[in-house]
Design a protein around this ligand. Sequence first.
Ligand code: NAD
Length: 254
Amino acid sequence: MTQRLSGRAALVTGGGAGIGRATALAFAREGARVCVADIDAAAAAATADEITAGGGEAFGLAADVRHGDQVSRMVAEAVARFGRLDIAFNNAGIEIETGPLVRSDDEIYQHLMDVNVKGVWLCMKHELAHMLDRPGGGAIINTASVAGLVGAPGRALYAASKHAVLGMTKSAAVENGRKGIRINAVCPGVIRTEMMARAVERRPDHEPLMAAMHPIGRVGEAEEIANAVVFLASDDAAFVLGHALTVDGGMTVI
Ligand code: NAD
């Protein structure tokens, strides 16, 4: 079977767990070499080890996307190891349940915005600087959420951060479309990852509700988001630009 990302060099942030891990593995299965970055160095290394154990090429890297110097080093390291960077999946993100907006505070606001918004901004800025500096273009995919498309009661600041991801995605896509760089986003519904497990731990009674919110009758799996990201990264999506690809079991159609 043809590998859709053969010969490409890819970077995944938040690659130590959940959607990032599943996507790093999927990139490798499709023939890409993968730099797995995560704030958790051991988790990043574990994903990279899983790829190399399966015959792929990867390395793990500690990087906190909130800090420009670390993001700059991350991109430089990927380019140094692979000689290029063709694909970037800016996926690292956090969710903090704030409750009603009236009770949210400065500290939570700052933390969410630093990881989810500043992190994606810094990643795109440094990745684009490299991609624009050499022929061949590239593909960037940012992880937003269904909370980037519709409101999320009790999670207003998370929703604000994911709406911001889509605003940056669309703006940067238009700025760079003619330069051969396609920038898109993926908007997952509720996906079975450690993030979801933490939410269930806080409110065990919500687990059946999470499934019921999706007309398909269940929550999603990380691999189902990975498949969408592989599509957006590949030439199959050559005419897809500035798009927010919803992968949510129908959650946002009702
Ligand atoms: P997860 O918590 O399972 O994994 C997130 C990974 O990101 C972890 O390995 C963590 O160490 C890493 N990370 C956290 N902060 C970081 C930082 N500052 N710098 C670098 N790495 C950092 O989460 P997940 O469910 O896989 O979520 C991944 C992305 O998908 C997030 O952006 C999240 O908002 C989004 N998302 C998740 C769901 C869901 O239901 N799971 C739904 C919609 C969107």
